[in-house]
Design a protein around this ligand. Structure first.
Ligand code: GDP
Ligand code: MG
Length: 441
């Protein structure tokens, strides 16, 4: 999907005059690509109609930024397709909610259950996990292992073979224990089978979930619509989580899942580890879908807010992909000095939600200043290394002493550094567009 869409846009970008023919060609290609990806025909047709409405060719003839207008229109339409128009049920901390996970075997349910629990636990919730998968051998062990690692209470059985009974007992127990987020992991099958859907219906009936989350592997592509629809028909799916976004798949199936379930995507899975989990953010997702990379908006912003004379250096560093503590220091300096550059970083997945949550800019600034004080106590070797292993405990202890902070804070900063370095490393080898080359997307 992403390939042909970006090809279509590429073709359009190459044309010097945008006329109706080019617009139609471009739309047709995107239409084909979206249909191939099993997005509902109606949605694709709506997109086409809307784009034609928005992109008035006469206006285009008069305006300067034709490509920008068309690109922006397509981008916006794809964003709209991922927005079912109403938010999903959101559990409230301190109030008991039951959340049931459904999806085919291997889609990432058990992993995602733990991530979801861990995500909330970090924010002060009291989550609990119930293993209602009695189909797959070892299912309970897997959940137990995950839960133990994250120190999350769990419930399951090696003996009981009735998933409905376990689910009911587990939910009951954790309600008594005043858990505010009771997560029910269910079984899957390799195929969509009537027995699976009947089981889901029964588990749902027994546990009365406040929210059912459909877990979808980003690589299933065309199968997404049928799969999502089949689950939606047996249980009240209210949200979607797309997993394995760290792989090659662009996640085009998410459009179909949203269409089939009329539910929003709420999180994405970006790795096998517990913390490789991000709140869904539609813009970078669509950028990626279009094959523009997560970084297009980011690059655009760089051109806008980074002083011209600093751009080549920063972009060079970006493309090398080595994120040192010194680069982090310099970027922090920029953030503090320039203010609006904060917007640049807010476009990086992970940067905004964790380091600089919206509405808490003051605290974020204070944190950044604290980090910089600690980095002032680092040696040049430490600042210029991109190997986090260099930073052993004795070094961190020295830095803590030198800056008058607690070692815990140094460790926290190093965690932040590692997280940003990981994001940064994805930019390695990035083709750096010159100013104006990639304007709208
Ligand atoms: P389930 O059968 O639906 O419960 O799926 P599992 O949770 O057991 O996951 C199946 C496989 O996918 C496991 O090897 C997981 O480690 C892996 N997995 C799950 N989510 C992700 C993800 O976001 N990224 C990657 N790379 N692997 C994942
Ligand atoms: Mg499982």
């Amino acid at each position: 999907l992403g390939g042909s869409i970006s090809r279509a846009i590429q073709q359009m970008s190459n044309a010097t005059i945008i006329d109706e023919k080019v617009l139609n060609e471009c739309l047709n290609e995107i239409t084909r690509a979206l249909l191939q990806s099993d997005v509902q025909f109606k949605l694709v047709r709506d997109m086409q109609t809307n784009i034609k409405k928005i992109v008035n060719l006469d206006d285009l003839a008069a305006g300067h930024n034709k490509r920008k207008i068309i690109q922006q229109a397509i981008f916006n339409e794809l964003c709209k397709m991922l927005d079912p128009g109403k938010p999903s049920f959101t559990p409230k901390k301190g109030k008991t909610s039951v959340v049931m996970f459904v999806g085919l075997q291997g889609s990432g349910k058990t992993t995602t259950c733990t991530k979801y629990a861990y995500y909330h636990q970090k924010k002060g919730w009291k989550p609990a996990l119930v293993c209602a998968d009695t189909f797959r051998a070892g299912a309970f062990d897997q959940l137990k292992q995950n839960a133990t690692k994250a120190k999350i209470p769990f419930y399951g059985s090696y003996m009981e073979s009735d998933p409905v009974k376990i689910a009911e007992e587990g939910v009951e127990r954790f309600k008594k224990e005043n858990c505010d987020l009771i997560i029910v992991d269910t079984s899957g099958r390799h195929k969509q089978e009537a027995a699976l859907f009947e089981e889901m219906r029964q588990v749902s009936e027994a546990t009365k979930p406040d929210l059912v989350i459909f877990v979808m592997d980003s690589s299933i592509g065309q199968a997404a619509f049928d799969q999502a629809q089949a689950f939606k028909q047996s249980v009240a799916v209210g949200a979607v989580i797309v997993t394995k976004m760290d792989g090659h798949a662009k996640g085009g199936g998410a459009l179909s899942a949203v269409a089939a379930t009329k539910s929003p995507v709420i999180f994405i899975g970006t790795g096998e580890h517990m913390d490789e989990f991000e709140v869904f953010d539609v813009k970078p997702f669509v950028s990626r879908l279009l094959g523009m990379g997560d970084w297009s908006g980011f690059m655009d912003k760089i051109h806008e807010v980074v002083p011209m004379d600093q751009q080549p250096e920063l972009l060079q560093k970006l493309s090398e992909g080595n994120f040192t503590l010194r680069i982090m220091y310099e970027q922090f300096q920029n953030i503090l000095k320039m203010g609006p550059i904060g917007q640049v970083f807010s476009m990086l997945p992970g940067f905004s939600s964790e380091l600089m949550p919206k509405g808490r800019e003051k605290e974020s600034q204070a944190k950044i200043k604290r980090y910089m004080t600690m980095m002032d106590s680092m040696t040049n070797e430490e600042l210029d290394s991109s190997n986090p292993k260099l930073m052993n405990e004795s070094r961190m202890m020295r830095i803590a002493r030198g800056s008058g902070r607690h070692i815990r804070e140094v460790m926290e900063m190093m965690e932040e550094y590692k997280r940003l370095a990981k994001i940064w490393s994805k930019m390695k080898g990035l083709k750096i567009p010159k100013k104006g080359e990639m304007s709208a997307l």
